[in-house]
Design a protein around this ligand. Structure first.
Ligand code: NAP
Length: 288
């Protein structure tokens, strides 16, 4: 099967690499062309546009930063939709809103193609190790056809029904993650600034019901509060909180904690922390 991959950021570059290693014939495209080079070294072809990526592929995957980024590779003369035709598939793995995803489905269907949204949970390392959780929804036929490809990127793959359910599931997941990292950073700040040893707080957390891989993974960096190379960029977490709040508003669900956590992440972005890892929210809380 020929697969295309559009969007070679932190996640997309690792996921596309796994498709090459998995034996698929892969064609890639990225806005910043230099990010295609390491994939080309692995053996992918490099297309001149998202449209060409779709034209030469049976199924084209995309992993874009935001809803606007999805639109910019999807629409127009050089977009993915222009390269689709009957029998082809379009799988969008970006974390975006339901409306954008439904519009992608509508446009793909207009061309006689199939559409699947398939946002993922798991960060840089799980992407590199093909350990992602994939939340797919949309055309079941495309899900069945894509499964051998998705299996090269993820360890847990769910089909959630109609388009929109993947986005809903992903936003619910990330709302929990945003709240957890904010509470963690506040607990670490309180401990630090009231004179406690942070290594001991990490031990206490890890010994009880609050133990989890995220605190273990981010604990060292939050304790240092200094160096936060991006695995999951903070600006993307703020985008996810914003999209979760918008979804909650549409269904008239008050989310008090998430609204406050979103303000904290907005403050962190305004302090220039957006391109660092989301754990850098600690820097917006802890001053010492
Ligand atoms: P990233 O490293 O920031 O990469 C974003 C990608 O989108 C890049 O290919 C970038 O192209 C492209 N892009 C951004 N704006 C664009 C535009 N206007 N036109 C065309 N291309 C554009 O992000 P990432 O961490 O890989 O995340 C990608 C998606 O996965 C996001 O929706 C994120 O929320 C989600 N996600 C991320 C993680 C994680 O841990 N990183 C985990 C789960 C889900 P350039 O290279 O040219 O900038």
């Amino acid at each position: 099967m020929k697969v295309g991959f559009v969007g070679l950021g932190i996640m997309g570059s690792a996921m596309a690499a796994n498709l090459v290693k998995g034996g698929f014939e892969v064609t890639v495209w990225n806005r910043t062309a230099a990010k295609c080079d390491p994939l080309a070294v692995l053996g992918t072809s490099v297309a001149a546009s998202p449209r060409e990526t779709a034209e030469v592929s049976d199924i084209v995957f995309a992993m874009m930063a935001t809803p606007l980024a999805v639109e910019s590779v999807r629409d127009g003369d050089n977009g993915i939709i222009a390269g689709l035709k009957s029998g082809k598939g379009y799988v969008d793995m970006s974390t975006i809103d339901i409306e954008t995803s439904k519009e992608s489905a509508r446009r793909a269907h207009e061309k006689g193609a199939l559409f699947l949204e398939a946002p993922v949970a798991g960060s840089r390392k799980p992407a590199e190790e093909a350990q992602l959780t994939i939340m797919a929804a949309g055309d079941r036929e495309l899900y069945d056809r894509s499964l051998p490809v998705l299996e090269k990127m993820g360890k847990k793959i769910l089909f959630l029904g109609e388009v929109g359910n993947g986005a809903r599931m992903k936003l619910a997941n990330n709302l929990v993650m945003g709240g957890m990292i904010a509470a963690f950073a506040e607990g670490m700040a309180l401990a630090s600034q009231s004179g406690l040893d942070l290594a001991q707080l990490l031990e206490v957390l890890d010994a009880g019901a609050l133990a989890n891989p995220m605190f273990r993974l981010k604990g060292g960096a939050v304790a240092e509060n200094n160096h936060f190379p991006a695995a999951f960029p903070l600006k993307h977490m703020q985008k996810d909180l914003r999209l979760a709040l918008r979804l909650a508003e549409q269904i008239e669900l008050p989310l008090f904690t998430t609204a406050t956590v979103n303000e904290l992440f907005k403050e962190a972005v305004s302090q220039g922390l957006g391109d660092f890892d989301f754990a850098a929210v600690s820097r917006a809380i802890r001053k010492r």
